[in-house]
Write a protein that binds this ligand. Structure first.
Ligand code: CP
Ligand code: NVA
Length: 292
């Protein structure tokens, strides 16, 4: 059985801690490990991407492998071939399969029939690779994870859910602050509050994501109005713990969920976070491929 990474809950706390350590090592020596030498990795995209595509493509290359970027509109998936048959065929050619799609059910079906590791590169429900990079960024900023407090302010979406799941595994207290109608469902270990000021009190990191995720375009206006009080700006950051950092998975909309002052200012680690996607995912691929 191949080891998959669909929600992040597949990892134990010990494995997650070791993965973050390994990502730090790989960041220091990016070309030292080549577990994908002579192997290809399929990267299947049903939605747009900048960071995920580039970080996986460059990361697979650095690990000695060949990335195959596949857009679903150019695959037989777009003409009705099943995720099951796609998984059976891709598994005969590649060492691992990354998938970005909407429905979590599509990813689950593909994983159920793949004999190589399947990695969630974002679904409507989860974005666990992002959370790995976020934890790596926290670890670099504070030298530890255990006992940190992270406040996520905004839409209780895929990014918030993955932070809650992986944060709990890493010993990070995650508090998610959203307005009614946009709340995350209860996730073990995560705190849910409505008031952003209450959420950020004592937080070491304040995190946000877009108000209008891919697939939510039809409700863009109502989202912008409901989420307007959930912007990260200097005033909100001032309410966090001394030395708190701002994080954002990107892409950002300065003036909406984050102010330009914070996005490009001294208190953010957002651009490090974007780089850390590559290092964290390389450590993940090494773990999954060596375990399978
Ligand atoms: N953060 C993130 O996943 O960005 P992309 O949509 O550009 O891949
Ligand atoms: N929540 C966003 C994340 C983008 C990286 C989306 O799903 O579009």
């Amino acid at each position: 059985m191949a080891r998959h990474f669909l929600t992040g809950a597949e990892l134990s706390s010990e494995e997650l801690a070791a993965l973050i350590d390994r990502a730090l090592e790989m960041k220091r020596a990016p070309l030292a490990a080549r577990p994908l030498e002579g192997r290809a990795v399929a990267l299947v995209f049903q939605k747009p991407s900048t960071r995920t595509r580039v970080s996986f493509e460059a990361g697979v290359f650095e690990l000695g492998g060949h990335p195959l970027v596949l857009r679903t509109d150019e695959m037989q998936l777009s003409r009705g071939e099943s995720p099951r048959d796609t998984a059976l065929v891709l598994s005969r050619h590649v060492a691992a399969i990354g998938v970005r799609t909407g429905p979590d059910e599509m990813l689950a079906e593909l994983a159920a029939h793949a004999s190589v590791p399947v990695v969630n590169m974002l679904t409507a429900g989860h974005h666990p690779c992002q959370a790995l990079a976020d934890l790596l960024t926290l670890r670099e900023a504070f030298g530890r994870l255990e006992g940190l407090r992270l406040a996520y302010v905004g839409d209780g979406n895929n990014v918030a859910r993955s932070l809650a799941i992986l944060g709990a595994l890493a010993g990070v207290q995650v508090v998610v602050s959203s307005p009614p109608g946009y709340r995350l469902e209860p996730v073990a270990g995560a705190e849910l509050v409505e008031d952003p000021a209450e959420a950020v009190a004592g937080a070491n990191a304040v995190y946000t994501d877009v108000w209008v995720s891919m697939g939510d375009e039809a409700t863009a206006d109502e989202r912008r109005s409901a989420l307007a009080p959930y912007r990260i700006d200097d005033a909100l950051l001032d309410r966090a713990a001394p030395g708190a950092i701002a994080l954002h998975c990107l892409p950002a909309h300065p003036g909406e969920e984050i102010s330009a002052e914070v996005l490009y200012g001294d208190r953010q680690r957002i651009w490090d976070e974007a780089e850390n996607r590559r290092h964290a995912q390389k450590a993940l691929l090494e773990l999954l491929v060596s375990a399978s």
